[in-house]
Design a protein around this ligand. Structure first.
Ligand SMILES: [Zn+2]
Length: 109
């Protein structure tokens, strides 16, 4: 391994990640089913998702539909959206699964 380079503490990295997410976070998500815009949603873990800068997900307060927004490279976003649809199936619970089978929010420390 050699010398481990210290690039800030874990806390600093988390703070930086949160700042980055805050900059990427949209004011609202819009439900694809009923077009309701809502602002209560979570940032999801994007580790292992190449080309994805951020993922935001929440549940429509009006119709209960799961809404998710990917930010990143267009190709990566398209892949992630397809993978998400596969994982969710017709009636998935939001936030229960990611590409590696884990879900973690930066807000839940
Ligand atoms: Zn809706």
């Amino acid at each position: 391994m050699g010398q481990a380079k210290q690039r800030g503490t874990k806390e600093q990295r988390i703070a930086q990640a949160k700042e980055r997410l805050a900059a990427l976070r949209p004011e609202t998500l819009v439900c694809g089913s009923c077009q309701t815009a809502f602002s209560e949603f979570e940032a999801m873990d994007t580790r292992g998702m190449r080309g994805i800068d951020a993922v935001f997900a929440g549940q429509c307060p009006s119709c209960g539909e799961s809404v998710i927004a990917f930010k990143g490279e267009p190709d990566a976003v398209a892949d992630a959206a397809l993978a998400w649809q596969d994982a969710m199936g017709g009636d998935g619970k939001l936030g229960s699964q990611s590409s590696d089978g884990r879900y973690a929010s930066l807000e839940d420390e």
